[in-house]
Design a protein around this ligand. Structure first.
Ligand code: NG6
Ligand code: CA
Length: 506
């Protein structure tokens, strides 16, 4: 292990002026990859928000690269994170849609993943936070035993996660292969089809809820901590989390991981739960934003990132640590609970100038905050380059000098020069997944025809679905207001054919 730590860095070579051909040993940078859950393009003050202030993330952005055309591959969590972990477009694989909390692992254990790339280079790798990529070989599993394969089998030396989303059972933490604080005499059972045990449900006992579910959006099955969830669970009373403590639990666990590993290279994937529903931040943040609990959750998120930045400074590793901050998909206000996100919106535009949001094929679905910082190494700038989260595997592979085996991470592009702020030449094209697929190229966007409803009324978001082709010139029309498909049929043809080619690849 030790000798692996002295890694030859291809990119580091280039830092040493004129020494391109000579390999130079440098201390490898630590990497902390922070991913928010459902944070929109317009949710941070450094991305133009005026109704909410996010000073810590603003500072991170001001000292690093703030990308304006940075993307998740997909407008929901599971596919987006699948692409980040594997470097493969998720729509190439069946079963990569939003997973229930009892799903089996969908990440292959024999391919290159973002964490095992670092692990093989001698890094200590850890995940803290939301997983949502399945656990175990099958849906049926014993939550009271060893839960695997999971994050530890795809490249994380250490894992402290919750399995799916904060609104899905089981509402417990897993540390490595075990549910935390589980008592042998109170076993957990989970079922997404039928009720198990005799815990009250939100459907039958709305009077027990501290936050009502939204009509027509479910979230009214087993009640945990006064909140109706998706799915049924019984048992594990001691192990169930308290929502107000989830975020600080993740923070202190992440800090312990950093503290423990700060004298060797580490990769930490820190998957925050904010501002996904149910928004139930620590009590001290409640009521602080004036925008309801969603805004309060964003303040908590910003504070959390600030605490990590503070810790890196205190440990003296801030200059040797790259931080990536981004979000898994676009924003939504009403995603299942009546938590005042809508009634107290107060003019805040979670997707900023973009049209659409979570679930949507429009830009609001996948264009997200995207910040890369490495103090001392990266020159502060705003970058217009087209980049995606899927590109980190190929890019970090170049940074740490570990090749990705042929066939792995097939859609990941090496953009390390862009992520280091030395080039603005990003991807030439990129496929986005809302409902229908879209393709971006040279400032143009084509959305393929699709039969679904154009407006998702439960969540109040435009889907981007239209039965005919859509073409937008994003360079001039970032808000996708003017569909130019009829005006430029040859461009529609070119982009739809390119999309087909990419779909056929492999
Ligand atoms: C949806 C849920 C939504 C949220 C989402 C996953 C309903 C009606 N809505 O199915 O509340 O949990 O799944 O969000 O059940 S994500 O960010 O993990 O993709
Ligand atoms: Ca999400």
């Amino acid at each position: 292990m030790k000798k692996n730590l002295l890694i030859f860095f291809s990119v580091a070579m280039a830092f040493t002026a004129g020494a391109q051909s000579k390999k130079t040993k440098v201390k490898p940078p630590n990497v902390i990859y922070i991913i928010a859950d459902d944070l929109g393009y317009g949710d941070l003050s450094c991305y133009g928000a005026t109704k909410i202030q996010t000073p810590n993330l603003d500072r991170l952005a001001a000292n690093g690269i703030r990308f304006t055309d940075g993307h998740a591959t997909s407008a929901t969590c599971t596919p987006s994170r699948y692409a980040l972990m594997t470097g493969e477009y998720p729509w190439r694989r069946k079963g990569t849609g939003i997973l229930p909390g009892d799903a089996a692992l969908i990440i292959p254990t024999n391919k290159t993943t973002l964490p095992n790339l670092f692990q093989k280079a001698g890094y200590q790798t850890g995940i803290v936070g939301k997983w949502h990529l399945g656990i175990g070989e099958t849906v049926a599993k014993d939550w009271n035993g060893e839960l695997k394969p999971g994050p530890n089998e795809v490249g994380f030396n250490y894992s402290f996660i919750f399995p799916a989303t904060a609104d899905r059972v089981p509402t417990v933490f897993l540390e490595n292969h075990k549910v935390v604080a589980l008592e042998a005499n109170d076993p957990i059972e989970v079922d997404y089809a039928k009720k198990v045990g005799d815990d009250p449900t939100g459907k039958d006992h709305p009077e027990l809820l501290k936050m009502q579910s939204s009509p027509g959006q479910g979230h009214n099955q087993t009640i945990v901590n006064g909140i109706g969830r998706i799915g049924y669970m019984s048992g594990g009373k001691m192990a169930r989390w308290v929502d107000e403590e989830v975020s600080t639990t993740f923070l202190s666990t992440a800090q312990s991981f950093i503290e423990k590993n700060h004298q060797q290279p580490f990769f930490l994937y820190f998957a925050l739960t904010e501002p996904h529903v149910p928004r139930m931040p620590a009590t001290r943040f409640k009521g602080k934003s004036g925008l309801g609990l969603r805004g309060d959750a964003i303040l908590q998120l910003d504070w959390t990132v600030g605490e990590i930045m503070k810790q890196l400074k205190l440990l003296g590793i801030d200059k040797n640590t790259m931080i990536v901050f981004t979000s898994d998909n676009g924003p939504v206000l009403d995603d299942g609970y009546q938590d005042e996100a809508v009634t107290r919106q107060n003019g805040h535009q979670p997707a900023g100038v973009l049209r659409g949001g979570k679930y949507s094929a429009l830009e609001g679905g996948t264009r997200v905050p995207f910040i890369v910082s490495w103090p001392g190494k990266i020159k502060a700038q705003v970058s217009p380059a087209l980049v995606s989260q899927m590109d980190f595997i190929a890019s970090f592979s170049s940074l740490i000098g570990r090749a990705v085996p042929q066939g792995d991470a097939p859609d990941s592009e090496n953009l390390i020069e862009v992520f280091l702020g030395r080039s603005v030449k990003g991807r030439t094209s990129f496929v986005e997944q809302g409902g229908p697929l879209s393709i971006l190229k040279n400032g143009w966007k084509y959305i393929s025809p699709s039969g679904g409803a154009p407006y998702m009324k439960e969540v109040g978001i435009e889907s981007g679905n239209l039965p005919t082709a859509q073409l937008y010139h994003l360079t001039e029309d970032l808000s996708e207001k003017n569909n130019l498909a009829e005006k430029y049929p040859e461009r529609v043809k070119e982009l739809s054919e390119l999309l087909e080619q990419i779909k056929q690849k492999k």
